[in-house]
Design a protein. Structure first.
Ligand SMILES: Cc1cc2nc3c(=O)[nH]c(=O)nc-3n(C[C@H](O)[C@H](O)[C@H](O)COP(=O)(O)O)c2cc1C
Length: 187
């Protein structure tokens, strides 16, 4: 089992880092692609170093390696998640403008009809951004805004992050205990 994980240059890089940690804990392989700005966001928003984040992944792929296995639809995976997903990366995927490996891998994921989950953080949203997201939803992607719920009574930021990571894993049918489900006694 392996999942393609894209980290792009939006605020909320903690979501991507936590996803890599959780996949590792669950024994699910991760193929990581980071944009240049995502690397910058790691240093800006966290006390992690970019190479430490990359070391959480099973494999890291250079974002400009178009000869990578991930540049082909034949790469077998559970699908792909981009978290956080910048509006620029949303626009690139929506237009099929694959000028980096992250965009190309997302394009391939869509054309092969594998699950593609995009986690934008941007707010507020303009009409162009909303249209791009509608285009992607119509093409089969899941738009999963980084908008954590509060019904599970989060006590710390980590609980909010885990809610979004958990909701993302739900799309892939991956079992986890990252948040308490509403009125679900089964745990
Ligand atoms: C501190 C900082 C925060 C940013 N936050 C966001 C954001 O939340 N959403 C977004 O769409 N872009 C955000 N940007 C702008 C993107 O980084 C920029 O559009 C960049 O081109 C994205 O490139 P990438 O998608 O290839 O990583 C932010 C930039 C900086 C420096």
């Amino acid at each position: 089992m392996r999942l393609i994980v894209g980290l792009s240059g939006a605020s909320g890089i903690q979501y991507g880092i936590r996803m890599l940690e959780v996949l590792r804990e669950l024994g699910i392989e991760s193929d990581l692609i980071m944009t240049d700005v995502a690397g910058m966001m790691v240093e800006l928003e966290t006390s992690w170093k970019e190479n430490e984040v990359a070391a959480l992944a099973t494999r890291r792929h250079d974002n400009f390696d178009f000869a990578s296995a991930l540049a082909s639809g034949g790469f077998r995976s559970l699908g792909m998640v981009v978290l956080p997903c910048s509006m620029k990366t949303i626009a690139g995927i929506a237009c099929g403008f694959s000028d980096n490996l992250l965009l190309r891998a997302a394009d391939c994921t869509l054309k092969e009809r594998r699950p593609l989950v995009l986690v934008p953080r941007e707010t507020p949203l303009n009409a162009i951004q909303l249209r791009n997201m509608l285009t992607l939803a119509e093409a089969g992607a899941t738009i999963l805004p980084a908008a954590p719920g509060f019904y599970h009574r989060p006590q710390e930021i980590g609980h909010l992050v885990d809610h979004i990571v958990g909701k993302t894993l739900d799309i892939f049918g991956i079992e986890h205990h990252l948040y308490a489900r509403w009125k679900d006694e089964s745990g």
